[in-house]
Design a protein around this ligand. Structure first.
Ligand SMILES: *Cc1c(COP(=O)(O)O)cnc(C)c1O
Length: 458
């Protein structure tokens, strides 16, 4: 392919992408094509000979019209899914065009320095100590994994055990305490780290899903030795926060490592109105969060913070003769499980620079206000709101479990907006998460009408 042909290909993709983004606000929010038709459009035998890139882009873009979910758009409220701000999306394209291996400084000085700058901005935004180390991973699952690997390293080292060298065979026991309402990726990370799921101690939660401090104190009383406590900033159902400042105090007293999973809730720190919810997080030993949820950068992007850079590096890096760093600069791989990797911090850099502290705070505050409006509107229409709406998450019920499930199905079919289902304290509930930078107040009113319409339909 000639330079000119490549230029034309990239220009044509830019047009296709812009058309797609423009369609997000007006199209049906759910995918409307069947799996069978998608297979027919995309499948078939492996081509014996190649076809043109133009042809492939045309096939993909046609299939995307009905095969994608408009989760990047303003009325997608499923799971906890953000969109992507224009600057972050554009920067993500550049990352692909640059095709850097963001492992060593020498492989990409640019990405190394972008990581350094972005890490400093994030520490400042979140009020974290200057020494905190930062790794850019694929998502909060890997952020939890990386943080807990650092935790395992340090609590065992303090007990005289080198887990990286010896593994867990014959190692001292570690007490691991997690909230009853911890996100499933926390036990999964612990499982991958050889700490098992059956041995975890589950600390009971209150009606909103917050870890009960009295129960934690009870579980910690009179025990010594290696210990990891996992708290949560932002419950995926209710949005509730564990009382982090109190948990920090208890963990410190016990000499435990405190990890906080703040996949979306951590960003409350960007809003002066909501920052109180995460107070104390600056004293945690490690924090995991997502870029691709509330920060609204494209997938795949998570961030891990560690107050003990030695433990962070100790758990993640592995010396090899050919990777010895020649310069005194950041080698990105030292803070993450991967070796070769994408320069994903570039999208965070772009998002933070485009929004500034005030712009990010505005998104958080607007989404919280919109969640409040949805809750008030649903309540006024006779629907039941099951949680205290403290952040961007709402749980709604519409009578019996069957009726609630029926309303969820109707809303999804209608396509004005998309809300998922969950079970909360034994009851079926609609889960609504407002996490997109582009959601306007008009989108909220339209979605509220669609939900109420579905709730009133026979
Ligand atoms: C989404 C989420 C995770 C997992 O994040 P991924 O980016 O999907 O890996 C972990 N914890 C909480 C609280 C979440 O909301």
């Amino acid at each position: 392919m000639s330079d000119q042909e490549l230029r034309e290909l990239l220009a044509s993709v830019a047009k296709v992408a812009a058309d797609y983004r423009e369609s997000l606000a007006s199209r049906s929010v759910h995918g409307t094509i069947s799996a069978h038709d998608l297979r027919r459009a995309l499948g078939g035998p492996l081509p014996a000979d190649g076809v043109s890139a133009d042809c492939i882009i045309a096939t993909l873009s046609e299939a995307a019209k009905e095969g994608t979910v408009a989760s990047a758009g303003p009325r997608y409220f499923g799971f906890v899914i953000g969109g992507s701000t224009p600057a972050a999306l554009a920067a993500d394209w550049l990352v692909s065009a640059w095709d850097q291996c963001a492992s060593l400084y020498v492989m990409s000085p640019l990405v190394s320095i972008v990581e350094e700058v972005t890490a400093a901005w994030l520490r400042e935004l979140l009020g974290l100590p200057a020494a905190t180390s930062v790794g850019f991973v694929t998502g909060c699952q890997m952020a939890n994994f990386t943080a807990l690997a650092a935790a395992r390293h340090r609590v065992l080292r303090e007990a005289g055990w080198d887990v990286e060298a010896e593994g867990l065979h014959g190692a001292p026991d570690i007490d691991v305490l997690i909230g009853e309402e911890a996100h499933y990726t926390v036990p999964l990370a612990l499982r991958m780290l050889g700490l098992g799921t059956r041995r975890l101690k589950r600390v009971p939660a209150d009606s909103q899903g917050r870890m009960q401090v009295r129960e934690l104190a009870e579980a910690l009383r009179g025990r010594s030795g290696p210990c990891i406590v996992c708290a949560q900033a932002g419950n995926v159902n209710t949005g509730a926060f564990d009382p982090i400042a109190q948990i920090v105090a208890l963990a410190k007293e016990r000499g435990a490592w405190l990890h906080v999973d703040g996949a979306f809730g951590l960003w409350a720190a960007a809003s002066p109105q909501r920052a109180g919810l995460v107070r104390g997080v600056e004293h945690a030993d490690s924090i995991a969060t997502d870029g691709h949820k509330w920060l609204n950068v494209p997938y795949d992007c998570g961030i891990v913070f560690c107050a003990d850079p030695g433990a962070h590096r100790g758990a993640m890096s592995m010396a090899a003769p050919y990777i010895a760093s020649a310069v005194d600069e950041r080698d990105p791989h030292e803070f993450v499980p991967e070796a070769s990797r994408r320069g994903r911090a570039v999208t965070i850099y772009a998002a933070l620079r485009a929004l500034g502290r005030s712009g990010l705070g505005e998104i958080v505050e607007r989404n919280c206000r919109q969640a409040q409006r949805l809750a008030t509107g649903l309540h006024a229409a006779g629907c039941e709101v099951l949680n205290e709406v403290v952040l961007n998450q709402i749980l709604a019920a519409f009578g019996s479990d069957d009726r609630t499930r029926n309303v969820i199905r109707k809303v999804q079919e209608d396509g004005t907006c998309w809300c998922g289902g969950t079970t909360w304290h034994g009851r079926a509930a609609m889960r609504i998460s407002v996490s997109n930078w582009s959601t306007g107040d008009r989108d909220i009113e339209q979605s509220l009408e669609a939900i109420i319409r579905a709730a009133r339909a026979k």
